[in-house]
Design a protein around this ligand. Structure first.
Ligand code: HEC
Ligand code: HEC
Ligand code: HEC
Length: 132
């Protein structure tokens, strides 16, 4: 009844089949993005990196409402340095390279926030001599 000649190959095929999602993903997924950390040497974000990864979109919405609806431009303090709530005034002060930080992930995740239709990237701001 038991045929050694088919058990081993059968087992190998079974293992390959069961682990298919693991090695298939390893082969086909693009490498996860590595956003460039602030070139200014800052070590901390306004919240933990984990929190920021999950919630920065919501935080930006909340900040916009705080500033524009409630006129609340509270200052956030990170490592003793103060930043005014805002996209240019906080986030981009540390994450000065939008292309290598924000875009790095967004391209990977295929999201394209329209914020930059109006808000200047640090690069644009520098070339126009503005702050926003
Ligand atoms: C149609 C133009 C436009 C678009 C698109 C836009 N904004 Fe704004 N945003 C403004 C203007 C104008 C202000 C007011 C600037 C001020 O008074 O400080 C503002 C203010 C803000 C503020 C508060 C203060 C500041 O200067 O940063 C935040 C935060 C903000 N926007 C985030 C965003 C985000 C995030 C997006 C994309 C999801 C976005 N905005 C898209 C025009 C725009
Ligand atoms: C004081 C400088 C500073 C400010 C202001 C700041 N960040 Fe950060 N941000 C950092 C640093 C440093 C890290 C890495 C922190 C770590 O690894 O613990 C980081 C991490 C992140 C991450 C996670 C990146 C990753 O791959 O783990 C996101 C997303 C992010 N920031 C978005 C934002 C946004 C959006 C804003 C504005 C609402 C902002 N940051 C404001 C310095 C800053
Ligand atoms: C660690 C990766 C990562 C980094 C770094 C990052 N983002 Fe994002 N961002 C995402 C992902 C993923 C989404 C889509 C989330 C979703 O749809 O739930 C997103 C969505 C957004 C959205 C909402 C867009 C929409 O259409 O809903 C805004 C606004 C945004 N990011 C702003 C920023 C800004 C500004 C920076 C740079 C300061 C930044 N992000 C850096 C991963 C990142």
């Amino acid at each position: 009844m038991y045929n050694k000649g088919t058990i081993i190959p059968g087992l190998i095929i079974f293992v390959l089949f069961v682990t298919f999602p693991i090695w298939f993903n390893g082969l086909s997924a693009a490498p996860a993005p590595k956003p460039e950390m602030p070139p200014g040497g800052e070590k901390k974000c306004v919240e933990s990196a984990e929190y920021m990864r999950a919630n920065h979109m919501q935080m930006l919405n909340d900040w916009r409402d705080n500033v524009l609806r409630d006129d609340n431009r509270t200052v956030v303090e990170v490592e003793g340095k103060k930043y005014r709530k805002g996209l240019q005034q906080a986030c981009m002060q540390c994450h000065t390279n939008k292309e290598k930080f924000c875009d790095n992930c967004h391209t990977y995740a295929a999201v394209n926030p329209y914020c930059w239709d109006c808000h200047l990237t640090p690069k644009e701001a520098a070339s126009k001599g503005g702050t926003r």
